[in-house]
Unconditional design. Structure first.
Length: 207
């Protein structure tokens, strides 16, 4: 018959194992609100036509609130149309700093930096790939597809597997979420086993 203290200790170990597994699963479970463009949900740019905003009204809004991402993006587009490329880039950079989970800032920054030239090519590539990470559906956007064709070598252009290539973007996100879940589950089991082993050995020494 095992001592009562050892039995209680075993229950404590089991509780700790369950808690550790739960923590790791929560850390690795996909967080859907941060994907699929949700970071831009409060930005009116994606809901209203550009013609609705005049440059003067946008500047007035920015004077009142320099962190107005909607105004930053729209004024940046207006400036691009007037060939004020550097000024537009600065506004897009400000939009990224203000709302780093919104893909629009990265998208426009990447496209405008491509227009600046070779010296900004690295930053442009990084911006476009960040935008794709935040909003996978951009892979269907003509501007993004054109950018990738111009800046990536043909073997690297198809950055998804042949099976994933024909998948709907939602299916690819589900596949990625499943992979993260399995990684989290495996990590949780590994850490839990280690905790159980170390605790069990410690109790055996002190019994």
């Amino acid at each position: 018959m095992k001592p009562k203290s050892f039995t209680n200790g075993s229950r404590t170990v089991h509780c700790r194992c369950i808690l550790a597994t739960a923590c790791f699963l929560l850390l690795w479970m996909p967080v859907y609100p941060s994907e699929n463009g949700q970071g831009c949900k409060d930005v009116e740019f994606v809901k209203q036509p550009l013609s609705r905003y005049s440059p003067e009204s946008l500047r007035t809004r920015l004077q009142r609130n320099p962190a107005d991402v909607d105004a930053l993006l729209n004024l940046g587009v207006h400036l691009e149309e007037q060939e004020q490329i550097s000024e537009a880039e600065a506004l897009y950079e400000k939009a990224i700093e203000t709302k780093p989970d919104c893909y629009l800032g990265y998208l426009f920054a990447g496209l405008v930096r491509e227009r600046i030239g070779e010296k900004k090519a690295g930053e442009a590539n990084a911006d476009i790939h960040k935008a794709l990470t935040l909003e996978p559906n951009l892979s269907n956007d003509g501007n993004v597809q054109g950018f990738l064709k111009r800046h990536m070598h043909p073997p690297l252009l198809n950055y998804v597997s042949p099976i994933e290539e024909d998948m709907h973007p939602d299916a690819r996100r589900i596949l990625g979420a499943g992979n993260r879940f399995l990684i989290g589950l495996g990590t949780g089991v590994l850490i839990t086993s280690l905790i159980f082993y170390v605790t069990r050995r410690t109790q055996e020494r002190t019994a």
